[in-house]
Design a protein around this ligand. Structure first.
Ligand SMILES: [Zn+2]
Length: 263
């Protein structure tokens, strides 16, 4: 429990008011009937269960300052669980360096682990991410993430706890099994790939028609009419054409790779 110790050392969790993971797990496995109904807990009960920073984020939709979470640096294989209810949410395998200052993932461990809601706090709609088990606020989801989902789950580190595969191999195994069946992880990223694919194809096609219109077809009526609409010829055209080819090749590759994963 190095990560929790680290969190405690930085004052991010208050051990006296935070139910320990071990205790939560013991409660769940030994007496399943006594697992609290997290959805029914009152605000006062949450205040008592959570440290102040956890409470502000999880229950009051607060945002921790960027670059403050020790979880930003976690690279070790393992599972990120909800700091309020211990439910497994993310894995290190789907974590990526977003440069945002908050721990970021491209997919959760399971489709049903999270609940999504639209919020209008900054006027423009944003997708709020909540823990499906306890309803705690975790962060937001943006659609500028990496493949294969194109999603960025931008999480508050204080709303998560990390347990490494070494510390809890069983937890890691369960999370891997649920991730393997997650539709989100396997969904072909067509929607994410399509915009770049269309733009790249237009560039390549434009250059090819341009070559024809400036070369063999020069003087023909359609070539003269098309020229003002075509990308530039010469060196600039060659660069644009090469760029378009790169974009098309990359996106077709991603599309094919995601479909192989699907099988
Ligand atoms: Zn939770």
């Amino acid at each position: 429990m190095l990560a929790v110790t680290l969190l405690a050392a930085q004052g991010l969790v208050v051990p006296t008011t935070t139910p320990s993971r071990a205790r939560a797990r013991a409660r769940m496995s030994a007496e399943p009937g006594t697992v609290p109904d997290y959805r029914a807990l009152t605000d006062a009960e949450w205040r008592e269960r959570l440290g102040e920073k956890e409470y502000q984020v999880l229950r009051k939709e607060g945002t921790e300052p960027a670059w403050t979470s020790p979880l930003n640096d976690v690279k070790e294989s393992g599972v990120f669980t909800c700091a309020a209810c211990d439910s497994p949410l993310f894995r290190t395998s789907e974590k990526f360096e977003s440069g945002s200052g908050w721990p970021s993932f491209w997919a959760p461990t399971a489709d049903e682990a999270l609940e999504l809601k639209t919020d209008y706090k900054l006027l423009l709609p944003r997708t709020e991410v909540l823990c499906a088990a306890c309803g705690g606020h975790l962060g937001h989801r943006f659609s500028d993430g990496p493949m294969p989902t194109g999603q960025r789950y931008c999480m508050n580190g204080v709303a998560l706890r990390f347990s490494s595969e070494t510390d809890d191999p069983e937890e890691a195994k369960r999370a891997a099994a649920s991730f393997a069946t997650s539709a989100l992880a396997r969904r072909p990223p067509l929607a994410a790939v399509l915009p770049e694919l269309v733009l790249g194809s237009l560039l390549v096609l434009g250059e090819l028609i341009g070559l024809l219109a400036r070369g063999p077809a020069a003087g023909a009526g359609w070539a003269a009419a098309a020229l003002p609409w075509l990308p530039p010829g010469g060196l600039a055209g060659a660069v644009l054409g090469a760029f378009g080819t790169t974009v098309v090749t990359r996106n077709v590759g991603l599309l094919l790779a995601s479909q192989e994963d699907d099988e």
